[in-house]
Design a protein around this ligand. Structure first.
Ligand code: HXC
Length: 265
């Protein structure tokens, strides 16, 4: 078990919602917010996966609830906020937009609906959830303001093979991060992003680079090692915490310097 460098009560009396929080990176983010004192809600499409996640969070001593639905539906997002309001009161302190969809496809073979699906999960989903949560985020009583953290990627810096859909979607997510930071700053809502690089044990790595662990690791300058879900969760904890009280509109790359890698001359 990795040990957090942050105090364990920094999110005491805080409420956090993590979309896509029932598995993968989203689950570890929810877990770490919970281990630092927050009550956490995780959203996802599959009730059985949510139930398993909530039970696992509970086993770690975290107060958690599962919210079933789809970020592509504004009605789902609004219903989740209503249900949190009834359960834990009007304020939301931390929103993490982590729900994402992805697969490898050449641009030629990618169907218009495939492109649209990933755009809708990542970009529209981030907008829908943030928009639905805004009144609750404004109602946060957190002295250093409420925080949104959008989980992005580095695919869209330059270009990535067979990722036309996900790259476009994550570029849109980064743009939404900046726009919301601009508009919601006056209400004390900070909006930032985290851009993970290759993270071991994730659906993203299994789908996007199956069997290519050695090759991927050889392009990661920092110790030639992939990141851990814990590394992404720590970046989110930092951005949601008072340590980042004056940070807004930024996306923090957490990738061991891999996106800028070039072969030695
Ligand atoms: C080509 C595909 C496809 C595939 C789906 N589609 N999977 N096309 N290759 N492997 C197409 C379908 O044919 C269809 O188009 C359209 O997408 C919608 O498919 P549905 O199955 O109806 O959609 P839905 O179930 O709503 O979503 C599918 C999904 C999603 C996007 C694959 O289920 C998903 O991604 N779930 C897993 C989440 C995940 O992997 N998260 C990790 C993200 S990693 P047609 O034309 O046939 O109707 C990430 C960061 C990357 O985001 C960074 C890594 C370094």
């Amino acid at each position: 078990m990795m040990e957090s460098p942050f105090k364990s009560d920094i999110f005491m009396n805080r409420v956090a919602l993590v979309t896509g929080g029932s598995s993968g990176i989203g689950f570890e983010i929810a877990r770490q917010l919970g281990l630092h004192g927050a009550r956490v809600a995780v959203s996802g499409r599959r009730q059985d996966v949510l139930d398993t996640a909530v039970a696992a969070l509970g086993a770690d001593g975290i107060t958690a609830v599962g919210l079933q639905g789809d970020v592509r539906s504004a009605a789902s997002c609004e219903a989740w906020i209503d249900s949190l309001k009834q359960r834990w009161g009007p304020g939301l302190d931390v929103l993490v937009n982590c729900a994402a969809g992805n697969f490898l496809a050449t641009a030629e073979e990618l169907s218009p609906n495939g492109f649209k699906t990933v755009m809708e999960i990542d970009a529209l989903g981030t907008f829908n959830m943030s928009r639905a949560a805004f009144p609750a985020l404004r109602a946060s009583r957190c002295p250093h303001g409420a925080a949104i953290v959008n989980i992005s990627a580095t695919l869209q810096y330059g270009a990535t093979w067979w990722q036309a859909h996900a790259s476009a979607a994550k570029a849109a997510v980064d743009s939404i991060t900046r726009s919301l930071a601009l508009e919601w700053g006056e209400f004390g809502v900070r909006v930032n992003g985290v851009a993970p690089g290759p993270i071991e044990g994730t659906a993203g790595m299994a789908k996007l680079a199956p069997g290519a662990k050695e090759m991927v690791q050889s392009t990661i300058p920092l110790r030639n090692q992939m990141g851990r879900k814990f590394d992404i969760a720590m970046a989110v904890v930092f951005l949601a915490s008072p340590a980042a009280a004056f940070v807004s509109g930024d996306t923090l790359v957490v990738d061991g310097a891999s996106w800028m890698w070039r072969p030695q001359l």
